[in-house]
Design a protein around this ligand. Structure first.
Ligand SMILES: Cc1cc2nc3c(=O)[nH]c(=O)nc-3n(C[C@H](O)[C@H](O)[C@H](O)COP(=O)(O)O)c2cc1C
Length: 333
C-alpha cells in the first residue's frame, strides 16, 4: 500500500485516539510494530489561533515517521491554514477527520457532520489539499445513520479528488460504539474505489486483522484493541507472516511494558503531572491479573516513578506463579 512516498505492505495502523495516542504511546506502539501512526485530532480553528494545547498535538518526533497529523473542522479557509501549519510541523501526510461522532462536534458540521453534505465534504477536502503538497488522507464512517449510508459515494469522491488513502470506521455516526463494526462493507468499499483503503472498527485479534485484509482492505487500523496492549501489533504481524498465534503476555511482560510506558510518559509530561495522567493505564495493563485491587489502590497514591517501579517489582515477586502465565485478557479496553 502506498501513501505518497510511504510504501508498506498490509500496514497495521495505530488509530488516532485523543488522550491516548500522545507521542510516548505512539513511540511505544511503533517499537511494538505499528507501521503507521496518527496524531490525536486537532481542531483547525484552535490551531490557527495558536492555542497551545491544540498546537502541541501537531508535534511529531523524528522517530515517529511515517506519521499522519489529523485535523478536523469545516471552515475551508481555516482548514487550509491549519493544514499548512500541520505540514510545517513535520507530518508525512495530513488526515482529515470526517468521522467523529461526538455530538457537539458532529452537530456543528465537523467530523461526521461532513457526511450530511457531501458537496461541503468535497469542498473541505479540496481546502486541505490546497494547504499542502503532502499527501492527504481521509478517515470517516459509513454514514450519518442507517438511513443515510454514503460511504460508496464518499469513496468515489475522495478518489476523484486525488486523496491518497481512505480509512473507514465501519459503523455509522448514529451507532457511536454500539453494535458491531460491519466488515461486510469492506468488499463493497474496495470495489467502489482503487485508492488505498484501511479498515477500522472492532479489529482486536490477529485473526480479526487477517479477516479484514482477506476481505480486501489494504491495511487495518486498531484503536481500542491497542489501548494498554501495544504488543497487539507485534502479535498481528507475526500471525500474518507465519499463521502462528503468540500467547497473550503474562504478568511479567505486562509489567515490563507498563513500566516502559510509564518512563516515556513521565519524561514527556514531567513529574508529578505525568504520574497523575498515567494512572488511568494501570487497569488496562493489569487487566485479568488476580489480586490487583489493593495494588492499584496503592499505585494511585504514588507521585514519582521509583516507588511505582519498586511496588510493581514486589508484586511480581509475591505472585511469582503468575509471572509468565498468560492472563485471561483477550483485548479491548
Ligand atoms: C479514547 C478514544 C479517542 C479517539 N479519538 C479519535 C481521534 O482523535 N480521531 C479519530 O479519527 N478517531 C478517534 N477515535 C476513534 C478511533 O480512531 C477508531 O476509529 C474507533 O475507536 C474504532 O476503532 P476500534 O474499534 O479499533 O476502537 C477515538 C477513539 C477512542 C476510543
Amino acid at each position: 500500500m502506498r501513501i505518497g512516498r510511504i510504501e508498506i505492505d498490509r500496514p497495521l495502523c495505530l488509530a488516532p485516539m485523543e488522550d491516548v495516542t500522545d507521542p510516548p504511546y505512539r513511540r511505544l506502539c511503533r517499537e511494538e510494530g505499528a507501521d503507521l501512526l496518527y496524531t490525536e485530532f486537532a481542531h483547525c480553528e484552535a490551531v490557527t489561533r495558536n492555542v497551545t494545547s491544540e498546537c502541541r498535538k501537531l508535534y511529531v518526533d523524528e522517530t515517529e515517521h511515517p506519521i499522519g497529523v489529523q485535523l478536523y473542522g469545516s471552515t475551508e479557509s481555516t482548514m487550509e491554514r491549519a493544514t499548512a501549519m500541520a505540514a510545517e510541523a513535520g507530518a508525512d501526510f495530513i488526515d482529515l477527520n470526517a468521522g467523529c461522532w461526538v455530538k457537539k462536534i458532529a452537530k456543528r458540521g465537523d467530523g461526521a457532520g461532513l457526511l450530511r453534505d457531501l458537496k461541503k465534504f468535497a469542498s473541505v477536502v479540496r481546502a486541505v489539499m490546497r494547504g499542502t503538497s503532502l499527501p492527504v488522507t481521509v478517515k470517516t464512517r459509513l454514514g450519518w445513520d442507517a438511513d443515510n449510508i454514503v460511504i460508496l459515494d464518499v469513496a468515489r469522491i475522495v478518489q476523484d479528488l486525488g486523496v491518497s488513502a481512505l480509512t473507514v470506521h465501519l459503523r455509522t455516526r448514529a451507532q457511536g460504539y454500539t453494535g458491531c463494526a460491519d466488515w461486510s462493507w469492506i468488499e463493497k468499499i474496495r470495489a467502489a474505489c482503487a485508492i488505498p483503503f484501511i479498515a477500522n472498527g472492532d479489529i482486536v485479534t490477529p485473526q480479526d486483522a487477517k479477516a479484514c485484509l482477506d476481505l480486501g482492505a489494504d491495511g487495518v487500523m486498531i484503536g481500542r484493541g491497542a489501548i494498554a496492549r501495544p504488543w497487539v501489533f507485534r502479535h498481528m504481524r507475526h500471525y500474518l507472516n507465519t499463521g502462528e498465534l503468540l500467547p497473550e503476555p503474562g504478568l511479567n511482560e505486562r509489567v515490563e511494558i507498563c513500566l516502559r510506558h510509564l518512563a516515556m510518559h513521565a519524561e514527556y509530561r514531567g513529574v508529578p503531572r505525568g504520574i497523575f495522567s498515567f494512572r488511568r493505564n494501570y487497569a488496562g495493563y493489569l487487566k485479568g491479573v488476580p489480586h490487583i485491587a489493593q495494588l492499584r489502590a496503592e499505585l494511585m497514591t504514588m507521585e514519582s516513578v521509583e516507588p511505582i517501579v519498586a511496588r510493581l517489582n514486589r508484586f511480581m515477586e509475591e505472585y511469582r506463579e503468575w509471572r509468565d502465565m498468560p492472563t485471561a485478557d483477550q483485548g479491548g479496553a
